[in-house]
Design a binder for this molecule. Structure first.
Ligand code: HEM
Length: 469
């Protein structure tokens, strides 16, 4: 069987030189249009990459055949030379640790466990409101601080300060990881045999760089874990994901394997949570400035349910159907991760008459017009921001959409055995934060400002930007 259609490129490097540096999802969607097929594929050196541009193929492969489609593509530079193959994001689905990580993350971040974190989310939301009151123009800084504070408290019981050293470490680690995983940057990712070249060999500067990054990343990821253990040993510590799981099965006894598993899982939380929730909350703030009518409806819902001048509580969240619809629409309209994260298939497979080769990288194009969240056949008027599309007619007499449209949370958070384990935590913390913000503030454009046009930044996590600022 043929592989799915797509550009051929050159004999050796395939389409490497055709790969866009910006907006790759747009290029993938335009290739889908050009080849009249929503599943396309191309080659970069020896790697086959398959892009799924429609919701059915994403569900059929990444969800229904998750047993073979949940691995991660290998980055030799990052996984081997920097030694990050055990991180939650990178661990192979065939490694027994993957299951152990998922189980631990599910226990520690599932709907029941999230209730334990309500007070900390609540108290950080109130700190955010104080920040907004003092310096509303720095709203973005306050939102970033809030996300970092919530996750560091949740993962490690650690309270962040201004210019916090642990946050600086985490940011440095995420920058290094971005460089080391940059697609197409390292030849070793395509010709893995060169990984055996010694770092002193002329021209092997990349290897020396990778080895330096390995030492640095190892140090950076060990700091918060060591801090929790030190606090636990001293007796005065704040309960956290790490402390809870280190106590299992018996307080005080920490077996080395368990210790390592907890370290990697907690280490993944900052990476998973910090930028993603910030992206969604910033999108929300800008969209509220552009849609005052939506904002007033949320405030009316808060007033009716919680009462005027009262700060909402996590237990109120289930009574906010309109705010829930708004959050769904924010995730659809401004998806946090346009291409989610790449998966890898571990066996050769066949789909719609095509051969999907073993080890192919599989990407879900979550965003583009041809694709999921902006597909007009799935979401009528996809470029209109309209939370009503998620309200059933009986819930809202003002609903204009004939049917409730698919919940974007089913693809915003990824797929199969790699689905975001932080989904429940993210939802609770975002909902509560948004409710608290609108219970105290009106969001508007500065007076006499023309509405900005909406643009998005690049990268794995996207941010909506107001480019007039
Ligand atoms: C708006 C908020 C968030 C969004 C949109 C989001 C989205 C995603 C996506 C798309 C993936 C990749 C899934 C895949 O490969 O199929 C992912 C993975 C992950 N997320 Fe989230 N996430 C969010 C918040 C969080 C939070 C709050 C946490 C932690 C508390 C978290 C922890 C993780 C982890 C650990 C993974 C790696 C899972 C794995 O590779 O097995 N995320 N997330």
């Amino acid at each position: 069987l043929p592989t799915p259609p797509g550009p051929q490129g050159s004999l050796i490097s395939g389409v490497k030189n055709l790969l866009p540096k910006t907006l790759p999802w747009e290029t993938y969607a335009s290739w889908a249009e050009q080849y009249h097929e929503s599943i396309i594929s191309f080659r970069v050196y020896n790697r086959r990459i398959v892009v799924l541009n429609d919701i059915t193929s994403v569900r059929d492969l990444l969800e229904k055949r998750a047993n073979i489609y949940s691995d991660r593509p290998k980055s030799w530079m990052y996984h081997e030379i920097c030694d990050r193959k055990k991180s939650v994001f990178n661990i192979s689905s065939t490694d027994p640790r993957h299951r152990q990580y998922r189980r631990l993350l599910h226990t520690g971040l599932g709907p029941l466990a999230v209730r334990d974190y309500w007070p900390l989310i609540q108290s950080e939301a109130e700190t955010l409101l104080e920040g907004f009151a003092k310096s509303p123009e720095k709203y973005e800084t306050h939102i970033r601080r809030n996300a970092a504070a919530v996750i560091m408290k949740m993962a490690f019981g650690y309270t962040v300060t201004a210019d916090d050293p642990l946050i600086q470490d985490a940011e440095e680690a995420s920058k290094i990881s971005g460089w080391a995983m940059a697609p197409g940057r390292w030849l070793v990712d395509y010709i893995p045999i060169i990984r055996f070249i010694p770092s002193w060999f002329p021209g092997a500067g990349w290897k020396k760089q990778g080895e330096e990054w390995r030492v640095r990343l190892d140090k950076l990821s060990g700091v918060p874990h060591a801090w929790v253990k030190q606090q636990m040993a001293s007796g005065g510590y704040t309960e956290s994901f790490t402390s809870r799981h280190l106590q299992y099965p018996q307080p005080g006894i920490i077996d080395a394997e368990r210790d390592d598993i907890v370290k990697w899982c907690a280490g993944g939380l900052y990476a998973g949570a910090a930028d993603t929730t910030v992206s969604a909350i910033i999108s929300f703030v800008l969209l509220m400035a552009l849609h005052p009518e939506v904002q007033s409806r949320i405030q009316a819902e808060l007033d009716t349910t919680v009462g005027r001048d009262m700060v909402p509580h996590a237990s109120d969240l289930e009574h906010f159907p309109y705010l829930t619809a708004v959050l769904k629409e924010v995730l659809r309209y401004a998806p946090v991760a346009n291409l989610a994260l790449p998966h890898k298939v571990i066996e050769e497979d066949e789909y719609r008459g095509y051969r999907i080769p073993k080890e192919a990288t599989i990407m879900a194009n979550i965003w583009q017009v041809m694709a999921i969240t902006h597909d007009p056949s799935v979401y009528p008027k996809p470029f209109t921001f309209s939370p009503d599309r998620f309200l059933s007619p009986e819930r809202s007499s003002r609903s204009t959409s004939p049917d409730v449209q698919p919940d974007p949370r089913s693809f915003s958070f990824g797929f199969g055995r790699r689905t975001c384990p932080g989904l429940h935590f993210a939802e609770t913390s975002m909902m509560l934060t948004l409710a608290c913000i609108l219970s105290r503030f009106d969001i508007s454009l500065p007076p006499d400002t023309a509405p900005p046009s909406i643009q998005f930044t690049m990268g794995i996590t996207r941010f909506v930007t107001d480019h007039t600022s």
